[in-house]
Write a protein that binds this ligand. Structure first.
Ligand code: NAD
Length: 484
């Protein structure tokens, strides 16, 4: 398994270039240089992938759960055995610290595959008995050919989070990773060959969202789309897929509140708030970017939070002491910087950060490095506090009452996750019930149990992933009623 200068699609079990022979540049945020090229795929490549998937489906969907379980577990083992290669590729593509790729992204990728391979072994259908009359039993059958489209922030982690339940439940998949971070999906294709995944069961088509991605969404033979990415992309996908009656799962953007009450365990809270603000440069859909702090501890919080943020090391993703690596792209760092400028216009004060790092290390020159940024003094309903920035930028705002905090928290269009810090268990439950979010963490952040439903409300998405929810999404229920 190896990184290549020319990434290939994986169609019908073979590694192939785009039919057009065209390539796109793959730039590393580490130094801003083109370090590889990806196939600029279009409808023709998607068509070939669909044909391969259709050929593979009868055998894959009927070969038995245990056979699928064994192959997928083998795939998980291969990823685990090649941790260093995968982690290096992930950091090179995304700019995230190698320590994170090794401890979070890649371990989670093989955990996803094992989790769903195993889950499918335990997935049972329901039966409903009508006394002295009839019995209903419900089959859960694979859908057929499905599409999985994933973003750049957690590349292999989210790619496998989608394809694993799809494959485990007997579907054949056309998958597209982000064109910004394609390398680990290319390594995964090589791992699939090694694991003995039958040809055409998983097809990976690289390329632009508006070209290859859209061709997947528009293809009549692709019956379901599982998408993770931005809200505006989700909207355009829904516009195409809904009139075609495709099953749709949309995991979209967020602008998550972090509500900190004066009665919290301060040390635990400050440690996790640093993580929830700046892990992966704030480029996790679950990061808490709006921090509301109850007034009695506001000044203490501000002082400690700013101090700890200033200690964070920004720089070489491949150094073991780096906390924040590079942002993912030139375009993205410009977007994040534009929000910092907007915050100033809206009346905010930058307490720390707010500037691009002048790197002294020659090998990092041209990379996209930004100091983690804390802003205060903004009104709760300004654009900086309402729109997703998706970078190492948080705002802090004091509040007085629980009602006020709840009102702030629920004031945006998004509703993905939320965090509550308090030692008052009654207050925590009360708030958890009323907060408009698909995920609520109390006195913790990003504690993930893969069995739980995952997803957002409002503009953060439609549907749920995780556990049985994902297996339900990737299967069709068919009820059989037998009268006796
Ligand atoms: P994006 O929407 O730009 O792209 C996501 C994927 O969709 C990429 O593979 C892209 O090529 C493809 N795509 C783009 N346009 C398309 C189209 N018209 N048709 C089909 N496919 C298309 O998002 P991004 O910038 O890669 O990712 C960042 C966003 O993802 C943020 O908004 C973040 O909050 C969100 N996100 C959400 C979750 C979640 O679970 N809710 C998780 C991670 C990231």
């Amino acid at each position: 398994m190896k990184i290549s200068k020319y990434i290939k699609n994986y169609i019908g079990g073979a590694l192939v270039p785009a039919d057009s022979g065209e390539y796109l540049d793959n730039i590393s945020p580490f130094n801003g240089e083109v370090y590889s090229h990806i196939p600029d795929s279009d409808i023709t490549d998607v068509q070939k992938a669909v044909e391969a998937a259709e050929r593979a489906f009868p055998e894959w969907s009927s070969c038995g759960i245990e056979k699928r379980f064994r192959i997928l577990n083998r795939l998980a083992d291969i990823i685990e055995q090649n941790l260093d290669t995968f982690a290096h590729a992930e950091s090179m593509d995304s700019g995230k610290p190698i320590t994170m790729s090794k401890s979070v992204d890649i371990p989670r990728a093989h955990a996803n595959i094992r989790f769903f391979a195993t889950a499918s072994m335990h997935y049972a259908a329901e039966s409903h008995h009508m006394e002295k009359s009839a019995i209903n039993y419900t089959m859960r059958q694979p859908i057929g050919v499905v599409g999985c489209i994933s973003p750049w922030n957690l590349p292999l982690y989210l790619f496998t989070w989608k394809i694993a339940p799809a494959l485990a439940s007997g579907n054949c998949v056309i998958a597209k990773p982000s064109e910004i971070t394609p390398m680990t999906a290319f390594l995964l294709a090589q791992a699939c060959e090694e694991a003995g995944l039958p040809a055409g069961v998983l097809n990976i088509v690289h390329g632009l969202g508006t070209k290859a991605g859209q061709a997947i969404v528009e293809h009549i033979k692709i019956k379901a789309i599982s998408f993770t990415g931005g809200t505006s992309t989700g909207r355009s996908i829904a516009r195409i897929a809904a009139p075609m009656f495709k099953k749709l799962s949309l995991e979209l953007g967020g602008k998550n509140p972090n509500i900190i009450f004066a009665d919290c365990d301060f040390d635990k809270m400050i440690f996790d708030t640093l993580r929830s603000s700046f892990s992966n440069n704030g480029q996790i859909c679950l990061c808490g970017s709006r921090i509301y702090v109850q007034r009695p501890i506001y000044e203490k919080f501000k002082e400690e939070f700013v101090k700890r943020t200033q200690f964070l090391k920004v720089g070489d993703p491949f150094s073991p002491i780096t906390d924040l690596g590079a942002l993912v792209s030139q375009q993205h760092i410009e977007k994040v910087m534009s929000y910092i400028e907007l915050a100033k216009v809206e009346g905010g004060t930058v307490l720390c950060g707010g500037n691009i790092v002048e790197v002294t290390d020659e090998k990092l020159k041209g990379g996209y490095y930004l100091r983690p940024t804390i802003i205060e003094g903004l009104p709760p309903y300004c654009r900086t506090n309402m729109e997703e920035i998706f970078g190492p930028v948080v705002t802090i705002t004091p509040f007085d009452t629980e009602e006020e905090a709840l009102q702030y928290a629920n004031s945006v269009d998004y509703g993905l996750s939320s965090t509550i810090w308090t030692q008052d268990i009654t207050k925590a439950h009360r708030l958890a019930e009323q907060i408009q979010a698909g995920i609520v963490w109390v006195n913790c952040w990003l504690v993930r149990d893969l069995r739980t439903p995952f997803g957002g409300v409002k503009h953060s998405g439609v549907g749920r992933e995780g556990g049985w929810e994902a297996l339900r999404f990737f299967t069709e229920a068919k009820n059989v009623c037998v009268k006796y």
